[in-house]
Ligand binder design. Structure first.
Ligand code: AKG
Ligand code: FE2
Length: 279
């Protein structure tokens, strides 16, 4: 195919149906390219089909956390702190923030967490509860929401930055990776096929957004990676990466992982946001 390509209404409808059925955007873009579409047209058509599908009235989604960056803001007022916008990606929705936490706040969170660290578990696939998983070789702990002054302060800042109620946030999780430790690519939303999902969803519904805050800077390795779009965010103390997923589907392109730490260690605090109040 050459010359100008137009996306026909039939193709739009087909793309929308495929996305709703859970087809990944990457697969759809690839099949369009195979069929002769230019990459740019294919990417735009899939992105548009996603927007059309998600925001149609009859399948109204409750929205997702997001920061006010679409007007080109470089710095955001997060209440008690000015946060820098370092990068913004539309699909997947990824924002990289600078200066979200001070060095003192990072240290304070690490020191509060340190004595409580245990081998990280993930949600079990075939039974209720959680289990130790080789895909996740970090150590971790959870704070209760508002548990310490510094935790409460950071939670309030996040709620303001991402325009999402504080009550919809899970308790902050702290992870510690030693050299060689990693978190293999995964989605943060709960998989409807897992036995434990229905009971998890009773508390606040699905996760719709993730904020990973970097509490220190490893010497080498430890990036947060997004394999679908071949993107890596370097873990720099005080910075954070945010991503959102309006539906629990691979089409959100929010597959992500923590790459192995190669030198030094890595500390992160993760804040997951639910659709509803997490009590
Ligand atoms: O450590 C990272 O960079 C990613 C952490 C993560 O994916 C998570 O906590 O769900
Ligand atoms: Fe994750």
């Amino acid at each position: 195919m050459s010359g100008t390509q137009y996306v026909t209404p039939d193709l739009k409808r087909w793309l929308r149906e495929q996305l709703i059925a859970g087809q990944s955007s990457v697969d759809l873009v690839q099949s369009m390219i195979k069929a002769g579409w230019q990459q740019k047209i294919a990417l735009e058509a899939v992105a548009q089909a996603k927007l059309d599908g998600w925001f149609k009235k009859e399948e109204a989604t409750p929205g997702v956390p997001d920061a006010a960056v679409r007007d080109g803001a470089c710095v955001l007022d997060a209440g008690d702190r000015e946060v820098q916008v370092l990068s913004a990606v539309e699909l997947p929705r990824v924002l990289v923030f600078g200066n979200l936490l001070s060095a003192e706040e990072c240290e304070a969170i690490i020191e509060l967490a340190r004595p409580r660290m245990a081998r990280s578990e993930t949600v079990a696939e075939d039974k209720e509860g959680s289990e130790v998983n080789m895909a996740r070789t970090s150590r971790g702990m959870f704070f209760e929401r508002g548990e310490a002054e510094v935790v409460a302060r950071v939670e309030a800042r996040i709620a303001r930055l991402l325009n999402w109620p504080l009550e919809n946030g899970e308790g902050m999780q702290v992870l510690h990776y030693q050299p060689g430790a990693e978190y293999q690519p995964h989605y943060d939303y709960f998989d409807a096929r897992h036995a434990s999902t229905p009971s998890i969803l009773k508390r606040g519904g699905q996760r719709v957004g993730t904020l990973v805050m970097y509490l220190n800077t490893p010497k080498r390795g430890g990036a947060t990676t997004f394999p679908d779009v071949k993107m890596a965010v370097q873990p720099i103390r005080g910075n954070a990466v945010f991503f959102s997923y309006p539906k629990p589907e691979p089409g959100t392109l929010t597959l992500h992982g923590g790459a192995p730490v190669l030198e030094g260690e890595k500390w992160v605090a993760t804040k997951w946001m639910r659709q509803g109040r997490f009590e």
